[in-house]
Design a protein around this ligand. Structure first.
Ligand code: F6R
Length: 627
C-alpha cells in the first residue's frame, strides 16, 4: 500500500511532496519521509508514525532544489520505525517503494556477501542497493533500474533519482499504481491522482512493467525490456475541492453525508427520469477506457444488451466492503433478473481454481480499482474465457482498464479508509444493472421496470431523511460502548448489510463484532448471548420481517440486549428492544441503502467518542495493493 510522490520542476519540491503525501496518507501511516536533491547533495528527513511527525521535523529544515521524492508507509517488511522509513538512500541513489519484493531474502544474502552496508530491515532498501550497484557500471539511472528489474520479483512500484543527474526521475510500476502528472514545465509522479489534483488534471497512467523516464519536462515511457511506448494522457474532471474536508471533522463523516448525492450520481447516467427506464450508458464492452466518452450511446447500449442476453450466470468478485455490496448484488440479480449469482472473496477465488462455465459474466467491484486480489481475480477470469465487467470508483484504475466492460460508482474521491459512499453508490449501480438485465432478458415488463426505477429515484431523498436522524444514531452509539461483543443480524438483502455494519464497527472502534444471517442464530451463535453481548438487528418491513421478529424473540428470551433498526414507528420492535431506530418505509431494493447509514454513523460516533482516528484506523490502508 504506501503512498509515493515525486516532483521535478521549477518549484521547491518540499511543499508539493508534503501536500501530496497528505492526500495519500490513507494508503499507509506507519512512517513518512522525504528526500530532496539540494545543491548536489540529497537531504533526507524521515519520521516514524503519521505524516504529522514528519511535518513537525520539517519545520526546522530548509530545502532548495528542484527534484524530490516522498513516501508514506504501510509496513510490510520491517517494523514501522524511522530506520525503515523511506526514502532509502544508497550511494547517491534515493528511492521510494510501494509493494513487496518476494525474493528479498536471497537478494539480502547476496548483497551482504558482497559487503553491502544494509541499514534497514526493509525489502525496499535492497532495491536501492541493486540500482546503486548497476549505476556504477552504467552511469545512467534508467539503465540501472532496467537492469535491476530482472533481479527482483514481486508486485511493486518505485520512484528514484540519482545525485549525479539532478534533472531525472525514474518511475517503474508492476502492480501498485503510479501516475505521472503533467504540468507546464514540471512533472509529478504519485500513487494516486488525488495527490496531484491541485497541480494538474492531466495524467499518464503507467501500466504494469512500464518505466517512465522523466527528464525535465520530457517524459519517455519504456517497457521493462527497453521498448519505447507511446501513451495517451487522460484529463480528469475531478475538482481538488473534492479531496478537502469542507468543514467536516473527518472525511468519513463528510463522505457519509455525501451519500444521497453519490447514489444519485451513480445511477444518473443510466436512468431515464421521463419514462423511468434503464439503459446502461457507454459500458464499452471491448473498448479501451479512454475511448468510452466517444462511444455512440445507442449502439453501445445495443452491444451491452447483446452481451447481457448471452449471459447465463454471474460471478461477483471483490474484497471487504465491496464484497458485501456484491452479496447485496446476488439478491438483486437473483430476485430481479432471475439469473444465478455466485459471490466470491477475491483472495479465495484467485487460488481455488474456480470453474467458470461458458456464458459467465464475472463482475468485479473495487472502489480503488487497484486491490491486488481483485485484480488477480479479474485476470484469472479473463484467462478462463469469462466476459468481465468492472464497477470501480477510480476511472482508469488498473482493474477498470483491464475489464471488458466498465461501470462507475461516480462517488467522487473517497478518502476515509473505511468505505461508505462507494458502498452505497455500488448498491445503486448494481440495482440499475439488475433492472437492465431483467428487462433485456424480458423477465420483467415495462411497468415493473418503471416501478423499480421509481423506487431507485426515491432513494437519495429517503437517504437524506435517514441522515437527518443522526443525533439518534449518535445516542445509540453511546449505548454500545458498554458491550464487549456485537452480533449484527439481518435476513435476505439485509444480511450483507449486517456483515458490513459489523465490519465498520471492527475497523473503526476496534470492537469485536460479527455479522450473521438472523436465521443462523440457533445453529451456534445463540450460545454467545449474555449481558455483555449486544445485538444490532436489521428488521425492515419486507417479506422476511415476521421471521426476523421470531429470531429476535429467540435471542431476547436468552437475555440479549437489542438495538433494532426497522421501518417506521414500529411498536413491536420498540417493545422487544432496548433501543429502536426507525427508517422510512421503502421498496425492498432500497432498504440496504437506508440501513447502511445508521450502521456507518453508529460506528463513526462510537469510534470518535473513544478518541480513535476514524479516517485512518490502525493497521489499515485504503488501497490494498499487496496480497
Ligand atoms: C472497509 C473497506 C475495505 C475495502 C476493501 C476493498 O471499510 O474499505 O474492506 O472495501 O479493501 O477495497 P476496494 O473496493 O478498493 O477494492
Amino acid at each position: 500500500m504506501c503512498g509515493i510522490v515525486g516532483y521535478l520542476g521549477p518549484q521547491n519540491p518540499k511543499d508539493i511532496i508534503v501536500s501530496g503525501l497528505k492526500k495519500l496518507e490513507y494508503r499507509g501511516y506507519d512512517s513518512a519521509g522525504i528526500a530532496i536533491l539540494d545543491g548536489g547533495k540529497t537531504k533526507r528527513v524521515r519520521a516514524a508514525g503519521k505524516l504529522k511527525a514528519l511535518e513537525d521535523k520539517l519545520l526546522s529544515e530548509k530545502f532548495d532544489g528542484h527534484i524530490g521524492i516522498g513516501h508514506t508507509r504501510w509496513a510490510t517488511h520491517g517494523a514501522p520505525n524511522e530506520r525503515n522509513a523511506h526514502p532509502h538512500q544508497v550511494n547517491g541513489v534515493s528511492l521510494v517503494h510501494n509493494g513487496i519484493i518476494e525474493n528479498y531474502m536471497e537478494i539480502r544474502e547476496d548483497l551482504l556477501a558482497r559487503g553491502a552496508q544494509i541499514s534497514s530491515d526493509t525489502d525496499s532498501e535492497l532495491v536501492a542497493h541493486l540500482i546503486a550497484e548497476e549505476i556504477v557500471k552504467t552511469a545512467d539511472l534508467y539503465k540501472a533500474v532496467q537492469k535491476t528489474l530482472v533481479k527482483i520479483r514481486g508486485a511493486f512500484s518505485i520512484v528514484a533519482f540519482w545525485e549525479e543527474n539532478p534533472h531525472q526521475l525514474v518511475a517503474f510500476k508492476d502492480g501498485p499504481p503510479l501516475v505521472v502528472g503533467l504540468g507546464i514545465n514540471e512533472t509529478f509522479v504519485a500513487s494516486d491522482v488525488q495527490a496531484l489534483l491541485q497541480h494538474t488534471n492531466k495524467f499518464i497512467y503507467l501500466d504494469d512493467r512500464e518505466i517512465a523516464v522523466i527528464t525535465g519536462a520530457d517524459i519517455k515511457i519504456f517497457s521493462a525490456e527497453g521498448v519505447s511506448i507511446s501513451k495517451k494522457s487522460v484529463e480528469l474532471n475531478w475538482d481538488p475541492q473534492m479531496v478537502e474536508k469542507q468543514g467536516y471533522p473527518h472525511f468519513m463523516l463528510k463522505e457519509i453525508y455525501e451519500q444521497p448525492r453519490a447514489v444519485a450520481s451513480a445511477m444518473a447516467p443510466h436512468v431515464n427520469t421521463e419514462d423511468f427506464s434503464v439503459k446502461l450508458k457507454n459500458v464499452g464492452f471491448g473498448s479501451p477506457v479512454h475511448a468510452l466518452d466517444e462511444l455512440e450511446s445507442e449502439s453501445d447500449w445495443k452491444k451491452t444488451q447483446e452481451v447481457l442476453k448471452g449471459i447465463e450466470r454471474i460471478f461477483i468478485i471483490a474484497c471487504g466492503t465491496s464484497s458485501y455490496a456484491g452479496m447485496v448484488g446476488k439478491y438483486l440479480f437473483e430476485q430481479i433478473s432471475k439469473i444465478p449469482v455466485e459471490v466470491d472473496i477475491a483472495s479465495e477465488f484467485r487460488y481455488r481454481n474456480p470453474v467458470i462455465p461458458n456464458k459467465t459474466l464475472v463482475m468485479t467491484i473495487s472502489q480503488s480499482g487497484e486491490t491486488a486480489d481483485t485484480l488477480a481475480a479479474i485476470r484469472l477470469a479473463k484467462e478462463k474465457g469469462a466476459t468481465t465487467l468492472s464497477i470501480c470508483n477510480v476511472r482508469s484504475s488498473t482493474i477498470d482498464r483491464e475489464a471488458h466492460g466498465h461501470l462507475y460508482m461516480n462517488s467522487g474521491p473517497e478518502i476515509g479508509v473505511a468505505s461508505t459512499k462507494a458502498f452505497t453508490s455500488t448498491l445503486a449501480i448494481l440495482s440499475t444493472v439488475a433492472i437492465a438485465f431483467a428487462r433485456t432478458r424480458e423477465v420483467i415488463n415495462q411497468k415493473q421496470e418503471q416501478e423499480f426505477v421509481r423506487a431507485l429515484l426515491a432513494a437519495p431523498s429517503q437517504m437524506e431523511g435517514v441522515l437527518a436522524y443522526d443525533k439518534y444514531f449518535d445516542e445509540a452509539a453511546h449505548r454500545l460502548k458498554k458491550y464487549k461483543g456485537f452480533l449484527y443480524l439481518g435476513r435476505g438483502v439485509s444480511f450483507p448489510i449486517a456483515m458490513e455494519g459489523a465490519l465498520k464497527l471492527k475497523e473503526l472502534a476496534y470492537m469485536h463484532a460479527e455479522g450473521y444471517a438472523a436465521g443462523e442464530m440457533k445453529h451456534g451463535p445463540l450460545a454467545l448471548i449474555d449481558e455483555n453481548m449486544a445485538i444490532v438487528m436489521l428488521a425492515p418491513h419486507d417479506e422476511l420481517y415476521e421471521k426476523s421478529i421470531s429470531n429476535l424473540e429467540e435471542a431476547r428470551a436468552r437475555g440479549a440486549q437489542v438495538i433494532a433498526i426497522g421501518t417506521g414507528d414500529n411498536e413491536k420492535l420498540k417493545s422487544i428492544s432496548q433501543y429502536y431506530l426507525s427508517l422510512p418505509p421503502a421498496h425492498w431494493m432500497i432498504n440496504p441503502l437506508l440501513e447502511a447509514i445508521p450502521l456507518q454513523l453508529m460506528a463513526y460516533h462510537l469510534a470518535s467518542s473513544l478518541g480513535y482516528d476514524v479516517d485512518q484506523p490502525r493497521n489499515l490502508a485504503k488501497s490494498v495493493t499487496v496480497e
